[in-house]
Design a protein around this ligand. Structure first.
Ligand code: ZN
Length: 416
């Protein structure tokens, strides 16, 4: 699979760091970010690159030449007249057979691309975009999907958004079928997001690929500093899903949000006092933050799947306002005892996921390549402790609506 790297943009927002070099040549540690991208992809067997250049592109070309010094093959496409960031793709279309990887030249990442490509093929997608939560969803563009991960809406940051939404943004890594370039777009400049990708929303051709792996752009001096720190500490590499991950699993009701019995009304969902701060500590660590919750309210017919989704959107929105996110939410909609009015009969059985059984942990471990023995379960109930132990995790019990921050402080490697 060929990789196209878009390295033509101008880096105006961080011109305070470097104004005379193109953004992809800004150094992290002792190497330009573009070199780190190429190295990361080469390690995974991707060694055939086309780099689109414009602004100060000669600096990039002089550094990488034909790629042989870096063990890869590099061609360039020089945009002499500005074509928009996707315009070049139409010009180099003949060189792109089948699927290709398209990335921004100024993003630091370490992603298991083979895993993403498997997903792309399994979904038979025309486009797969790498998506993840970020620390500022409230002023970011948002990607919304149906339950099968088909992208249904793509909101720009200035678009009006629903009151509650999932923290899911586009990270700038795409796998695209070259057949998408067979269309004619009658414009002088073609913008990737606006003209090529957004029109695919709701057509069932474009999928989101949610991943906790490290992908960050260096759009501002602050973010640049952070990216440098994460790179030097090894965090960027450790988050690659080829490597075993660690997680802090969190119960929901009474642990993240105030306990109200069976929560059926979204207005009753409120974070506990320290929940956001506690989950922030997890986000800043090497652990993933994953919610594991029994929601028999669905089997009881008191909450629909859509309503539960909306409750979880509220949780993500409230956390997102504080720059905090969870990496996954697993819920059990089942309940073993049947014979009640209004119940959903097909969900009334003795499942393998309802805590104290460890089914949800096993599913998360498979989805995120988690080492359960190095992971923790924090919750306020007997079932949480039993399920966590059954899964092989360490367990930390807190009081109902207790201090989650204090509990997170007991996780090995997390300092408050
Ligand atoms: Zn279940």
């Amino acid at each position: 699979m060929k990789t196209v790297i878009m390295a033509g943009g101008k880096g105006t927002r961080i011109s305070s760091i470097a104004s005379d070099i193109p953004k992809p040549m800004i150094r992290i540690g002792d190497k330009p970010v573009l070199e780190l991208e190429i190295e990361s992809l080469k390690r995974q067997g991707f060694d055939d690159f086309i780099i689109t250049i414009s602004h100060l592109g000669n600096v990039i070309r002089d550094y990488f030449k034909d790629g042989s010094d870096f063990g890869v093959h590099i061609e360039y496409f020089n945009e002499e007249i500005p074509l928009g960031n996707a315009g070049a793709l139409f010009q180099i279309k003949d060189k792109l057979s089948d699927d290709f990887l398209l990335i921004n030249g100024d993003v630091l990442f370490d992603v298991d691309v083979g895993r993403m490509y498997e997903y792309h093929k399994q979904k038979k997608a025309a486009v797969t975009i790498f998506t993840h939560p970020n620390t500022h969803p409230y002023d970011s563009g948002l990607i919304m999907t149906d339950e099968d991960m088909r992208v249904t809406r793509w909101l720009a940051k200035e678009d009006e958004r629903p009151r509650y939404y999932k923290n899911r943004v586009n990270a700038g890594i795409h796998i695209i079928s070259s057949s998408l370039l067979d269309q004619k777009i009658d414009k002088e400049k073609i913008d990737l997001d606006r003209d090529l990708l957004k029109p695919l929303c709701g057509k069932g051709l474009m999928y989101a690929y949610d991943s906790p792996e490290y992908v960050k752009d260096m759009g501002t001096p602050d973010r640049y500093e952070e990216v440098c720190r994460d790179y030097l500490s090894g965090k960027v590499e450790r988050r690659n899903l080829k490597r075993k991950q660690k997680a802090v699993f969190l119960d929901r009701d009474g642990t993240i949000n105030r306990y109200v019995g069976f929560l059926t009304d979204i207005d009753d969902f409120e974070l506990t006092e320290t929940a956001a701060e506690a989950i922030k500590k997890i986000n800043d660590s090497d652990y993933l933050a994953i919610v594991i919750t029994n929601q028999p309210v669905i089997a009881r017919g008191e909450v629909t799947f859509e309503e539960l989704d909306e409750i979880h959107n509220k949780m993500e929105t409230l956390l997102g306002e504080k720059g905090v996110h969870v990496n996954g939410i697993y819920f059990c909609p089942h309940h073993p005892d049947s014979g009640f009015e209004g119940e959903v009969k097909e969900l009334k059985f003795d499942c393998e996921c309802r805590k104290p059984k460890p089914g949800m942990f096993y599913q998360a471990a498979e989805d995120f390549n988690i080492d359960l023995n190095q992971s923790y379960m924090i919750g306020d109930g007997d079932n949480d402790m039993k399920a966590g132990k059954a899964a092989g995790c360490h367990t930390i019990r807190i009081e109902r609506d207790g201090d989650l921050l204090e509990a997170v402080g007991k996780v090995k490697g997390i300092r408050l």
